[in-house]
Design a protein around this ligand. Structure first.
Ligand SMILES: [Zn+2]
Length: 248
């Protein structure tokens, strides 16, 4: 066997290495632009998987609030001095997928001007399989936002102040704000987490049943109808909250 004589590699030519470096930079730049410009993948989500329940007819109805319910609201979710007369509110009958992935009936009270579009949004959420634990008017919790949040109850109208801002009506007072799965989707400001039981849901990279994560279907669907998501606010983060104030 004749061994090839070892020949030292000739020293690199300057032009060759300049070309290689240029090619590398060009490749890196192309990769970076793809990485930066590519749309972010949708965040993880747990949705209802079996969405064909033969005997169930989903409902997305807008109705006037029944007189008995209007009376029940007085002194609980509504009182003299509230910015909206109760007659301007509507009762939505909305189907949703509960946390057992079974269809369930819910009631949401919102302002008449957003009633039809909210019903449409919840129709789309239902078709998407978004999970909601429960949905009952705040009167069922004696008007207590704390109790409603702790129960993970989805609700909208409640004539009350902005959390942490006494004397300042929240958009819930107009029926133009909705809190969805408030236990799973906390309100966070500094060290304050509401409801207090929701600290276990602070890891916003993980999907829990009913999570509202940035870039998810529910956020995009509300935004498409001109609603703002509290999870994108910077002074506080209100993951459960969507609102659409009236134009001034
Ligand atoms: Zn809210």
């Amino acid at each position: 066997m004749i061994r090839a004589r070892h020949r030292p590699t000739p020293p690199p030519q300057g032009g060759y290495w300049a070309l290689r470096s240029f090619a590398r930079i060009a490749t890196l730049t192309a990769w970076l632009s793809v990485a930066l410009l590519a749309p972010a993948a949708d965040p993880p989500e747990i949705v209802a998987t079996n969405r064909s329940v033969a005997s169930f007819r989903p409902e997305f109805q807008v109705e006037p609030i029944a007189p008995a319910s209007i009376e029940k609201m007085r002194g609980i979710s509504w009182h003299e001095g509230c910015p909206v007369p109760r007659e301007d509110l509507r009762q939505l009958k909305l189907s949703y997928w509960d946390f057992n992935q079974k269809p369930a009936p819910g009631i949401l009270i919102v302002h008449k001007d957003v009633a039809a579009e909210v019903a449409e949004i919840f129709r789309d959420l239902f078709q998407h399989g978004f999970l909601i634990e429960r949905m009952a008017p705040i009167e069922n919790y004696n008007g207590s936002d704390d109790a409603s949040m702790a129960a993970n109850n989805t609700s909208a109208f409640n004539c009350r102040d902005v959390t942490g801002q006494p004397g300042n009506f929240s958009n819930h007072s107009w029926g133009r704000a909705i809190d969805i799965n408030p236990l799973t989707n906390p309100y966070v400001k500094g060290d304050t987490v509401l409801p207090p039981e929701s600290r276990q849901y602070l890891d916003r990279a993980r999907a829990f049943p009913g999570s509202i994560l940035g870039g998810s279907f529910i956020v995009k669907r509300f935004q498409r109808s001109g609603w703002t998501w509290g999870g994108a606010w910077t002074d506080r983060t209100d993951y459960q909250h969507f609102e659409k104030p009236a134009l001034k």
